[in-house]
Write a protein of this length. Structure first.
Length: 209
């Protein structure tokens, strides 16, 4: 079974509380999402491998460590996932970015892919799939499935807020994918919204209804 990482850093908790407030406008919401994403990126990349190299400081030659060169790709689920990209890119600017677009078929209620553009070497990269809300888990699970069909198997799911139902769905469908969240909420309501949640992340991010 995959591991669920729930971050308890005070800065993440504080900023997430501000995002939850219904009086927080789109500008501040976007800024907070960017800041939390950067803090989460710091934790998500904690186990990146290092290698030892020799460099010359202004004082002497010495051995030190740098990133081993592991390739990363950040893949947001459209559209709300776009709000998390810049925060991750601030820390890993060499990462490539892909995009996945999904919609729910009104008859079958199943997620349907309408857009997918990935780096040409995506199958060689560690994929950080980002989406602020892990609610029912349907979209995230489908997106992971689409990535796997394209040869990607080293995938991590990063969300701002998750519900137990969403986590259970992803773990059931993809037990090999670790999940990273800033907050784990109590449940879904009858409309499929996370409670207490923060509403529709996409609408609040872009000021739409």
């Amino acid at each position: 079974m995959s591991t669920v990482h729930v971050f308890d850093h005070p800065l993440i908790t504080h900023k997430l509380s501000l995002m939850r407030d219904k009086n927080t406008g789109p500008k501040e919401f976007r800024e907070l999402l960017n800041e939390i994403s950067m803090l989460m990126a710091y934790e998500v990349t904690r186990d990146l491998p290092l290698e030892e190299v020799e460099i010359e400081t202004p004082i002497c030659r010495t051995m030190t460590k740098v990133l081993q060169g592991k390739k990363l790709a950040i893949v947001p689920i459209l559209r709300a996932g776009l709000g998390m990209v810049d925060g991750f890119m601030s820390l890993v600017p060499a990462a490539k970015v892909g995009h996945i677009g999904l919609y729910r078929d009104p008859e079958t209620l199943q997620p349907v892919e309408y857009y997918c553009k990935l780096p040409s070497d995506a199958e060689e990269r560690e994929i950080l799939l980002v989406d602020p809300m892990l609610a029912t888990g349907g979209s995230s699970s489908a997106a992971i499935g689409f990535l796997k069909k394209r040869g990607c198997h080293n995938i991590r799911l990063v969300s701002l807020i998750a519900s137990p139902e969403g986590v259970e769905r992803v773990q059931k469908d993809h037990p090999d994918v670790d999940i990273f969240v800033a907050g784990m909420d109590s449940h879904l309501n009858e409309h499929g919204y996370i409670v207490p949640g923060l509403g529709d992340a996409g609408d609040r991010l872009f000021g739409t209804k």
